[in-house]
Structures are given as structure tokens and as C-alpha cells.
Design a protein around this ligand. Sequence first.
Ligand code: MOS
Length: 699
Amino acid sequence: MAKKISDSINRVDGSDKISGRAKYISDVYFKNQYYARTLRSEIAKGRILSIDFPEIPENYFVIDKDDIPGLNQMRTVISDNPIFADNEVNYIGQPILLVVGPDREIIAEIIDQIEVTYQKEKPILTLEEAEQKASLFSDFDYSKGDVENAFNNASQIITDQYETGFQEHIYIEPQGITAVHRDNKMFVFGSMQCPFYIQGALEDVLCWPEDRLRVIHTTTGGAFGGKEEFPSMIACQAAVAALKTGHPVKIIYDRDEDIIASTKRHPSLVKYKAALDKNNKVSALEINVKFNAGAYSGISPVVLERGIFSAANVYNFPNVKVNGKNYQTNSVPCGAFRGFGAPQTIFSMEMFMHNLARKLGQDPLKFKKKHLIKRGDTTSTGGTMHGQVKMPEIIEKITKMSNYEEKFNNLSENRGIGISLFIHGCGFTGDGENNIKGKITLEKKGEQAIVKVSSTDMGQGAETSLRKIVSYTLEIPMEKVIYKKVDTGKVPDSGPTVASRTVMIVGGLLRSAALEMKEKWKQKQSMEISKIYAHPDYLKWDNDTYQGDAYPIYSFGANVVEVEVDPITLELDIQNLYAVYDVGTVIDEKGLRGQMEGGIVQGLGWATTEVMETNQGQLMQSSMTDYKIPTIKDVPEIECDFVTNPYEFGPFGAKCAGELPFNGPAPALAAAVSHALSVPIKKIPLRPENLLKEIKNEN
Ligand code: MOS
């Protein structure tokens, strides 16, 4: 019976042959399926005094906290987010209960008639307010060198600060999960990045052992981090409902519900205090990073860690002191989003360097080049920059490609050109990969090689890249490399599909398994080889002090943006974007170019039209009418190139790529706008009204 369920998905999925008709979870029909809709908190903070229900018709059910057999919490880094509100609510949109039944319209009618009486409490609405009230989730520190001494000997001390806003993922396919209780097991199907995260979350909530839980990935239409931890929440809700009703329970969000309920990118405030030496080089830097984490901590500590470990970006400052704080506010919880905290600190650092150069009367690019980190240098966390840093080559390539120098010095009024340099740490931070111990299995079956991993394809091309690595290594055609459906009952846990780790870590394991398999390929009809990841020996990390190699290796990039600013309306016309990346070795160039262009457009959206704000805890942009992602008309001409810089422990030398392109566009565009208007830029999104303020300040 169990086998039949996943087989039916396999067939409708079309994964064994290319049909162009992949089925998403919303398209998959489960016999006797019920639907569920969520009743959500209408207030930002308070207690639930009572809930009045209309008469619930036959075959309809209300599912809430009292139906949870195990723990009412979603397992993640900090498991503080309840599956259903337990008397108190902490943000508008927080799930209180589900109404479940066969007809979606009747469910909606029931939801409309449910009355919740609250006792309101005073919410914390903004990052500033949370800061004043010390409403804190996490507080992390690390340092390098002797900051105090450098400040005592400074020829000048500069302070500055930068802000970024919320961002919503807007994956093409909204969140969707179906839970099926059958044969004393719980099967969960859906749109997701991390099936084993969901399995873990179900263990806590159902209080069932792993062998009664099967999580099966269905075709996923984009994720960008938004399906890293969030699907665990709806999977647990659907599973509890399936248990109580005895029917498969399907939760499919429409776009508006998805925007209201799902996690967001953390808004940030980054403050700098810099000491300059007599040559106007930065001799010491204090960086204070503040993130608005929303109502629950969840995965935010790890987002903050990546944020602070990336805070020095591509630079080597001899003395650095970094503090990072996650604040609790009564707004929608923030979580994973492409770049995972790094885009915020890298935008801020790039603009800090740009504005500091302007202030000192220096060329921003020349000023940045004086501070670049090199191979063998000590990183801000006291580790070693192990890999070759090809930033000079990247800069040379991109400045030629864009004719940067010439344009920087000669552009007409209202036109500007800006450059950003950026880094991205590959894989999990610190000893994360050693703790996860990702495992892969490669199987030979006749002339076929079967890849068994938990890496999910969400449109980024994981399947193609991983199959390509195996196909090239075994020297067999791609068609002979079969990607096993990601199903926790059938594949080993090779770790979550996050942190730009898939090609480098999982692909690296597949490459070594394939090399071993190749030697015996002719002798054996069938065999199975498994590999478990361990970091190269030379890497050191102390997670208590944040000292050592924050990442095994880094990828790098540079962007140049050309913009024209309308002198009356201050609207931006982004004309050209140039990009050069070092991702080690390119595995699948077509797919990678897609990733880079997608990351660029998403980064430009974050920097421009993607305004998301709260008013009294309510999201002001809760539909795609108000929350505007770039359209095809907003996309500039993109020219993209790569430099090769193989990493010894990556498959064919590959490093990380998926998140990297997001780090560059915002600071390059902001630098271009700063150049066009001759004002400093300290905040994104770049709204005309904010630009007007900067112009007024400057004059
Ligand atoms: Mo990601 S933002 O590491 O899912």
C-alpha cells in the first residue's frame, strides 16, 4: 500500500520521462482528499479569551492545539514557533486553527463565521522599538586583532549606518502540502526544500518514530529559502488534521495567504564605527548588525551567523569587532531567504566603503581595492583565506566588459555607474557540514547509475548538475543516470537543500562515489557505494568563540550597474548590468547563467520595487498588486561571465553559486544612483521619496 502512494506520484510527476507536464502538489488528486484552511490571528499581540464557532456541518472538522499528540512546536534551530497558537498570539497572521473538510467554499464560509475574542496587549512594532526595549532573541560577538588600540591610534574616526527592508520570496508555486495517514504511517507530500527537516518536525508533533514517517518531495516551483523551514509548519498542521479526520488533508496557499503567512527576509540595520590610519586606510572596524526576526526565533540565529560572518565582505581589516543581534517584534517571522543574512551585511559594507571613499575624496573602486583580502590572509573570524582570491582578475574583467573607468569619469548628469564586490561562503557555517554528515548513495543497476540523495530540485537545476557530475565521471550518457525521487523512505539524508551546498558538498560526494564505481563498472552488474561528508582536515572552527574557518571556501563576484535617474520623478531606469563570478568550476553553464540572471533580478527587486512595510503589525503589501517584483520590462541587459578557480575538494573544482548572485545587485545599483545624484545612499529599497530626502540633506 505504502509503495503505491509514492508510485502514483512518480507517474503523475512525469519524472521518468520528459513530458513538460510536471504535476505540482496542487495538481495531484488523492482519493477522498480533504482541504484545510487556516484561521489566523487578527491582532499583533494578545491572549485568546474565547473562540465562538458556528454549527460545524457533518464531515467538517476544526483542528487546533488540542489535537496535537506530541509537542506544539515546529522543530528547527530554535523550536519556539507553535504549530497552532496556544492561547497567546504574537503576530497578525499567526495560525490558530484549521477548518478541514471536502469543500473549499464551505470551509471558507465556516472560517468567516468563527469569532475570536482577544485581550489585546501592547505589541513591539519596529526594530527601533525592539532595540529600545531590548526585546532580544540572539546576541553574538566575535573579534580579530586589537580594535581598542587601533581606535586609540586613529587619525580619524567615522560612524555610519545602513538599512534594508523585508522581502518576500514570490516563488512561482505557493506553499502546498498534503498529509496522508495510512498503514499506521504518515506520508507527507509537497513543495519543499528539506524533506528530512519535515520528517524531524513531524517526529516532535506526532510523537512518532522516524520509521512511521515518510516525506516525499513533489515538483517544486521555486523556493529561494522560503521552503527551507516553513513547509515544516504546514506539514505538521496537515498531518495532525489527517490523523484526526482519517482523510488525506491538503493545504494549498493562494498567493495572498502565502504572502501574509510565510517567512520573510530579515530587515536589517547595520552600524559602523571605523578607525582610519594616517594613509586613510581602515585600521579598525566595529560592526553592529541588527536584524528584525519577527515574532519567533526559528532559524534566525543561523541567518544572523551567516550575516555577521560575511560582514567584512571581500576585505581584510586588521582589527575587527562584530556584534549581531536578532530582535523579537510582533510581525511575521523572518527566515531563510537566498543569501541567508549575507546580502544585508554585504549591501551595508559595500555602501559603507563607497560612501567612505566619497567622503575622503577618493575613487570608490580604488579605495576598495586597497583593502582586498588575499590568499593566506586571516579572515575576520581568525581563520585562513585558504583558496586563491581572484578578485583582481574579476575586477579587471568586469571593468573592461563595462568600460567602467571611462564611464565613471565621463557620464552625463543624471546618469550613474556603480560597482559592487562580493563574497559568499560555501555550504554551512563553521563545522555545520561535519555535524550534518551528509550521506549519498550511488547504485549501479545494469547500465544505469542511480543517484540517491535528499537534494531537491526546486527549479535551480540540482538534478541536472548532480546527474552531470555522475555522467561525466562514469563516462556514461546522462540518460543512464537516474535521479531517485526524493523520499525520506528511499534516499539517505544528504542534508538540506540550502546554503549553496548542493553541488559542492553533495556533488563532491557523488563524484568520489562515481570515481570508485568507475573502477569496477565493467566487472559488476550491480553495486552500491555510499559516502559520508567530512571537512578537509586543515579546517578549524570553535563554535563557542566563533574563531576559525567560518567556511571551507568562498565564491566571489562583482557587479557593475548603469542607471539613469529621472531628474523630476527620481524613477530609476536600470540600463545595463555586468556580472563576473568565480564559482570555482562551472558544472552546468546554461543552468548557472539562469541562476545568475535570476539572482540579479531578485536582488534588483529587493533594492527597488519590493517595498514591504508593516503598520501596527499589519503587512501593508499583502498581495502582488501592492508588492511589486520586477517584470520583464524592469530587467536590464545582463552580461555575465566567469573566471575559473577550481577548489580542490569540490567536484571538478566547483564551489558555491546559488546565493552568490543575490549579494551584488543592490550595492552596485545603490552606488550607481549615488554616482548619478551625487548623494550618499544608505537605505534600500531605493524609493523616490527617500532619494529626495537624500538630495535635500546634501544641499
Ligand atoms: Mo537557503 S536561504 O540556505 O534555503
